[in-house]
Design a protein around this ligand. Structure first.
Ligand code: ZN
Length: 103
């Protein structure tokens, strides 16, 4: 999909003969491409994942199938190392807290 987007970008650059990256036409095309990417892949942004990652970790701690319940988050974590690192840290913290308070 990313390669496909790059191809389209190349095509547009060719078509309009962009000279500088600040060209407003190019910015328009980039905006279009981003919108296309968003709708086509239905992916969450890092901030979307950040908002629900604690719920996601809680589900895992409760032994629920988090990847089944929140597949988009699961997908993002599989693709994005930054969010995965954050999620793993959070999960570890929450597991440690759960152990401390379980008594
Ligand atoms: Zn991310």
């Amino acid at each position: 999909m990313t390669k496909f987007i790059q191809k389209i970008q190349q095509f547009f650059s060719h078509l309009f003969g962009f000279s500088s990256p600040k060209d407003p036409k190019q910015q328009l095309v980039q905006g279009m491409m981003q919108a296309l990417q968003m709708t086509e892949e239905k992916e969450l942004a890092c901030e979307d994942v950040f908002e629900v990652v604690d719920q996601y970790a809680e589900m895992i701690i409760r032994g629920e199938d988090a990847s089944e319940i929140m597949p988009l988050v699961h997908h993002h974590l599989a693709m994005c190392h930054e969010c995965k690192d954050e999620f793993e840290m959070l999960l570890e913290m929450m597991q440690a807290t759960a152990e401390l308070t379980a008594d």
